[in-house]
Design a protein around this ligand. Structure first.
Ligand code: AGP
Length: 618
């Protein structure tokens, strides 16, 4: 959703901020703006639409060349209160123009605060909740408080989850950054030289400048000045936060030779899976070590149930994890959408674990579900990609996906790595419960082979272009799978609708005859995942039922299967693999198919309409 970048240092601020915002474009936005402290005070530029519109109106030397330190903030906005428009874009400024704010989240009590401020004579220039923040800060500055005191006093009045960055013309070289709740992160980047400092809602925005990052906790307010950060809790208590060194390679946040981030991320999956296995599996003994999650054999045996909570693609990954954990660790697993979990009074408590799966680690619904589980006394684990995210930091144990930055809005490598992480978790729990090293060694062997099998699914294949040419005009697709590949059908359909805007339904193949079969005619492509596993015969019979109604069958099948070419119209092959790992392979042709169809339809695959990479509102 919204993105924030702040800069303090000797270089010209505007280009650094714009460049950082560009790296956060993937989060989705409808307008953008920038505020830079110049010789005559704060100057603001805002524009609706793409960042290039904002860039076109930036004056050269928006800053103050006479000053040794330049200060600025920028924002990409995803409208919540007030339509997407120039006047509603951030930054917003105080009446005297001396304070500017950028903000992610929702000020829940903004209507009441706005009325209060209007009664004091404040004139509002936007329809946003954000503008109340800057007028509140201004109210306390006019009462004689320092910038820091005024920021604390204002933030303390806000209800709801917020990430806020403020600058003041009275204090050049100072930014105040605050985080309250789960409206996305706020990180402080410690520059390498000249006291340069950065603020960002997401670290890919500043990775090219620094890998030394301080992550703010909820209720932290940081005063950032050249070469220093002072953090206090919202109640005024000082607190120390140690910088973390981020292992992500800045180059991994670049498109490189690829046309789109999504394409790059699809092709990175063999490497990402290798990374997620690295150092965690002893391929001789089969022992699995999860560096940030541990349970004694007694604790593992006391565990009665795992509740997986996640959204979108991560929820589909969780559905696959259910098969893995139930099969390998013999623990019952329930999978819920984060947005539903809290509202069914779940029977979770001690001796249960909640497993939040989230690429961003900031999805509000998933975080709220994890919080609900914590309040009910469960152990809380997470599988996350974004290092330092809220989900990681608030969990009792976590597993990092190690997929590297995922920039494309459509999740790909986070899906496959999170499935592999659940396989690791299942092996780990199984071993703690049953101490069965023979089975462990076999599973470790299967994992060791996985990256090279993934590479094979990524080999060039002209069929994807052919399918895109044949079917780009279709408005409906059906995806069918059974057993552990049923969630892959859901995921394939989600990928297609997200990036190509083709309506797609994922269905458990056995359910087709109970309704969706009515949709099938000679116009309907039906993608059938029919690998050679225990439900293979059943899938063949579903394919026959589709063909009997003149549907078009695109099968995902196991290499060497001689039966399927006679049944399906088109076949996308995957190598033979142990059944529990097939979803990692079968998901990839569906990602590639969606990508090619979307490109053929001329869609913006990295920033599809209406979608945000990290959904920080409920
Ligand atoms: C994936 O392609 C989607 N953009 C979306 O469904 C996503 O998986 C969902 O919003 C959850 O995000 P998270 O993994 O960051 O929590």
């Amino acid at each position: 959703m919204c993105g924030i970048i702040g800069y303090i240092g000797p270089r010209e601020a505007a280009p650094i901020i714009l460049n950082g915002l560009r790296r956060l474009e993937y989060r989705g936005y409808d307008s953008a703006g920038i505020a830079v402290l110049g010789a005559g005070g704060i100057s603001i530029q805002r524009a609706i639409g793409k960042l290039s519109n904002l860039e076109a109106q930036i004056q050269p030397a928006m800053g103050n060349p006479a000053s040794p330190v330049q200060t600025g903030i920028g924002h990409t906005r995803w409208a919540t209160h007030g339509a997407p428009s120039e006047r509603n874009a951030h930054p917003h400024v105080s009446a005297d123009g001396n304070v500017a704010v950028v903000h992610n989240g929702i000020v829940e009590n903004f209507a009441e605060l706005r009325r209060e401020l209007q009664a004091e004579g404040v004139v509002f220039h936007s329809d946003t909740d954000t503008e109340t923040i800057v007028h509140l800060v201004d109210r306390y500055l006019r009462a004689g408080q320092t910038f820091e005191q005024a920021a604390h006093a204002a933030i303390a009045q806000l209800r709801g989850a917020q990430a806020i960055v403020l600058m003041s013309a009275q204090e050049p070289g100072t930014l105040i950054a605050a985080r309250v709740g789960n409206a996305g992160g706020v990180s402080i980047g410690l520059g390498n030289a000249d006291g340069e400092m950065f603020v960002a809602s997401d670290i890919p925005g500043i990775l090219e400048h620094t890998r030394r990052i301080i992550f703010l906790d909820s209720h932290d307010v940081a005063v950032v000045r050249p070469g220093q950060v002072q953090i206090r809790r919202l109640n005024g208590e000082p607190v120390n936060r140690t910088p973390q060194i981020i292992a992500w390679d800045p180059v991994s946040a670049e498109k490189g030779e690829y046309r789109h981030f999504m394409q790059k991320e699809i092709y990175e999956q063999a490497r990402a899976i290798t990374d997620t296995l690295r150092g965690r599996v002893d391929f001789e003994t089969g022992a699995v070590t999860l560096e940030d999650l541990s349970l004694s054999p007694q604790e593992a045996n006391r565990l009665q149930r795992v509740y997986t909570v996640a959204c979108g693609t991560s929820a589909h990954s969780g559905l696959i994890g259910k098969f893995l954990i139930e099969r390998l660790a013999r623990i019952s697993v329930e999978v819920d959408y984060g947005s539903e979990f809290r509202y069914r009074d779940p029977m979770i408590g001690a001796h249960c674990a909640a497993l939040g799966i989230t690429q961003s680690g900031e999805t509000a619904d998933t975080l709220a579900a994890m919080q609900e589980a914590r309040q009910k006394g469960a152990l809380v684990w997470s599988i996350v990609n974004a290092i330092g995210s809220q989900a990681q930091r608030t969990s009792d144990g976590h597993i990092l996906m190690r997929a590297g930055p995922e920039i494309g809005v459509a999740s790909t490598k986070a899906f496959t790595t999170s499935v592999v992480d659940q396989y690791l978790l299942a092996c780990y729990l199984g071993r703690q419960r049953f101490a069965d090293s023979t089975a462990g060694a076999a599973h470790a062997h299967d994992l060791a082979c996985l990256p090279s099998l993934v590479s094979r699914v990524l080999e060039p294949n002209p069929l994807y272009d052919d399918l895109a040419n044949l079917f780009h005009h279709c408005e409906h697709f059906l995806y069918l799978g059974r057993g552990i590949n049923y969630p892959v059908a859901l995921e394939g359909a989600l990928k297609l609708k997200e990036i190509s805007y083709i309506h797609a339904e994922g269905y458990p193949a056995g359910e087709m005859k109970h309704g969706p079969i009515a949709l099938i005619d000679e116009q309907m492509p039906v993608v059938c995942i029919a690998v050679q596993d225990v439900v293979y015969d059943k899938m063949i019979s579903q394919i026959e039922q589709v063909k009997a109604r003149n549907g078009i069958v695109i099968a995902v099948a196991t290499e060497g299967d001689t039966l399927i070419p006679g049944k399906a119209d088109y076949v996308l092959w995957v190598p033979d693999a142990p059944a529990l790992l097939t979803p990692v392979l079968t998901a990839i042709p569906l990602q590639r198919l969606a990508y090619h169809l979307a490109i053929r339809r001329g869609c913006d695959v990295d920033q599809p309409r209406n979608l945000a990479k990290s959904v920080t509102v409920e």
